[in-house]
Design a protein around this ligand. Structure first.
Ligand SMILES: [Mg+2]
Length: 369
């Protein structure tokens, strides 16, 4: 199929046009550290070891202004920015937030492909909210991430993975950018090849040696020429240079829990208020269970306090939870001992795991998320 026909099929048939969102947390590890330690806010921060052999895992935007970036040796970073503050990474904290944002994604689409703790592709062509505009959806997801984690994310919206990823980088931090099918080919032409996902420094140098500096230059090469120099990956380059990328968003995660949570407009202090709030969340979860036939043996209560500290309490029964009121009672039994609370409760969530289908003898059951 020629390039022209290919481009046509994207804009011509609505059924073929995909809607892909790439979400990327902004300076993730560094932002988490600044969120959790007010002394670090507004300052150049590097997450990573400060020792001789240390490497910067992530740099705050304040540090980036000095030219500090991830994968840079700590010694070099310190030379560039003498006031740089080094913080030890806390991967457990990053993982917990990563799960939180993936739960948010799952409210919108089951087709999620995480690239790392802080990045994922979402295919929202068909989405769980029935929202037609992918841009609106991306804004909602960004707002939700901010409300629930206190962190910012950037989003790229486009008709394939290659462009969605480029788009999320375009308005960073805390930005959103859309590359429509009309804009795609021209956007890629002006792009330096080192910005292409999958083109590392070595490949970029090699391309430069062949006179290929931009997407436009790359587009000028035949597939045969590229194959001679770059082998198997060439057809990806060839089509990417034309704004074409048919790689699917691969959702290979398995649903391990079903749950819901709610962030409150005002923090809750009284047990009664929290119990009532939990009932509404139980309703949501149980509705899902009714609809899907999924039941779980483990009930987990999640509580986030005003200072963003998260605690969980869980209990595992011999048998799956059978009724809504049983779920409510179990949730309540986990909630009550937490009172009185020192800090207000910002969020409550309840989930069931160790899932099985209703009445199934085999407890193993999985649903793609
Ligand atoms: Mg990121």
């Amino acid at each position: 199929m020629g390039t022209e026909e290919r481009a046509e099929s994207f804009s011509g048939e609505a059924g073929r046009l995909r809607k892909i969102i790439h979400i990327d947390m902004d300076a993730f590890y560094a932002s988490v550290e600044q969120r959790d330690n007010p002394d670090l806010r507004g300052k150049p921060v590097a997450v990573g070891g400060s020792r001789e052999r240390g490497v910067v895992a992530a740099a705050s935007y304040e540090a980036r202004k000095f030219g500090v970036h991830s994968a840079m040796p700590s010694i070099a970073a310190k030379r560039k920015c003498p006031d740089l503050i080094f913080v030890k990474p806390r991967f457990d904290a990053y993982k917990a937030i990563s799960l939180q944002i993936r739960e948010i994604f799952a409210e919108y689409t089951p087709i999620i492909e995480p690239l790392s703790l802080d990045e994922a592709y979402l295919d929202v062509t068909e989405n769980l909210k029935g929202i037609a505009l992918a841009t609106q959806l991306a804004e909602e997801i960004r707002a939700k991430i901010r409300a629930e984690t206190g962190l910012t994310a950037s989003a790229g919206v486009s008709y394939n993975k290659f462009l969605a990823k480029l788009a999320s980088d375009h308005r960073k931090p805390d930005g959103l950018f859309v590359i429509t099918p009309k804009m795609g080919p021209a956007f890629v032409e002006t792009l330096p090849v080192r910005k292409f996902h999958g083109v590392g420094p070595a490949t970029a140098r090699k391309m430069s040696g062949l006179g290929i500096e931009t997407g436009f230059d790359l587009k000028g090469q035949t597939l045969e020429f590229l194959q001679q120099h770059f082998g198997k990956v060439s057809s990806y380059y060839y089509w990417a240079a034309r704004g074409v990328d048919d790689r699917p968003v691969r959702a290979d995660r398995i649903r391990k829990s079903v749950g819901a949570e709610n962030t409150f407009p005002a923090d809750l202090f009284a047990y009664e208020a929290a119990r009532d709030a939990l009932r509404e969340i139980v309703d949501k979860v149980w509705d899902y269970c009714e609809g899907s036939g999924i039941r779980g043996r483990t009930v987990t209560l999640k509580v986030k306090f005003a200072n963003f500290q998260i605690i969980t309490r869980s209990r595992t029964g011999q048998m799956p939870v059978r009724t809504r009121s049983e779920l409510e009672q179990l949730g309540d039994a986990l909630l009550e001992p937490l009172f009185p609370v020192v800090r207000g409760i910002r969020l409550l969530g309840i989930s069931m795991s160790s899932l099985g289908a209703e009445g199934a003898e085999q407890p193993e059951f999985s649903l793609p998320v």
